[in-house]
Design a protein around this ligand. Structure first.
Ligand SMILES: [Zn+2]
Length: 210
C-alpha cells in the first residue's frame, strides 16, 4: 500500500483473483479512513468478491496504540452510544450476561457503538435460540430468553452492563466519556486469541517498562 490515507477518503484496490471462486480479477478491497473524535484515525477495510459475494471486513487503528483493556459500565441510554472499534483480533466481553465475542475464522472487524454490539448479539442469540428450540433443548432456550430479556432491559436503561474490549495488537478500543482503560498484562496478552493474526514475539530482556 502506498500514499497517505486521509479521513473521508474511499479507496478501491484491486486484489486480483478470488481464492474462493477463482473469479479473474474479481476481488477488491474498499478502504475508508475516518476520524473518531477524541480518539484518532481508523481505517475500515472490506474485501469483496464481485463474482461470488465473498465479503470480509476489518478495522485498523492508524495511530500507535499500546495493547489495552478498555471497559465501560453502561447504566443509561446515553452510555449505549459509547463507540466500539473492534478489529478481528479484539475480544469483547459483556460481563453480566456472560457473552464473549472472540476472534475466529468468521470474525469481522467493525466500528459501531454499544447499542450496535447488543444488536449483533441479539441476532446471533435469536438464531441459536431457534436452533436449540428445534433440537428440543428447553434449558438452552430458557437461558437465551433470559439473556435477550436482559439485553432489552439494558437498552431501556433499566439494567447495567459492563462492556470490555481487549486486543493484544492494540487495534480495538472503546471511546467515550466513561471509558476506563489500562495496559494489558503479559499474562492477559498471552491468553487472548489473535484470530487470523500471528503473534511476533518481541525480543526478551531489556526490562523496560512503559
Ligand atoms: Zn469469489
Amino acid at each position: 500500500m502506498s500514499g497517505r490515507s486521509e479521513p473521508g477518503e474511499i479507496q478501491v484496490i484491486s486484489l486480483g483473483d478470488c481464492p474462493i471462486c477463482g473469479g479473474k480479477g474479481t476481488l477488491k478491497a474498499i478502504q475508508h479512513v475516518h476520524e473518531i473524535p477524541y480518539f484518532g484515525k481508523v481505517m475500515e477495510s472490506t474485501i469483496i468478491c464481485e463474482r461470488c459475494g465473498y465479503r470480509n471486513a476489518d478495522v485498523m487503528i492508524l495511530e500507535d496504540r499500546p495493547p489495552k483493556l478498555y471497559s465501560v459500565r453502561v447504566e443509561g441510554e446515553k452510555d449505549l452510544f459509547t463507540r466500539v472499534v473492534r478489529s478481528k483480533s479484539g475480544t469483547i466481553e459483556l460481563e453480566e450476561i456472560g457473552v464473549k465475542i472472540e476472534p475466529g475464522p468468521a470474525a469481522e472487524g467493525f466500528v459501531t457503538n454499544v447499542e450496535g454490539v447488543l444488536e449483533r448479539v441479539r441476532e446471533t442469540l435469536l438464531m441459536a435460540r431457534e436452533f436449540r428450540r428445534q433440537e428440543g433443548d428447553e434449558e438452552a432456550v430458557k437461558k437465551a430468553d433470559e439473556i435477550l430479556e436482559y439485553i432489552e432491559a439494558v437498552k431501556e436503561g433499566k439494567k447495567p452492563l459492563t462492556v470490555k474490549i481487549m486486543d493484544p495488537l492494540g487495534n480495538s478500543a472503546l471511546v467515550g466519556e466513561k471509558v476506563k482503560s489500562r495496559l494489558l498484562t503479559q499474562g492477559e496478552i498471552n491468553s487472548l486469541s489473535l484470530g487470523p493474526y500471528v503473534k511476533v514475539e518481541p525480543e526478551e530482556g531489556g526490562g523496560k517498562d512503559g
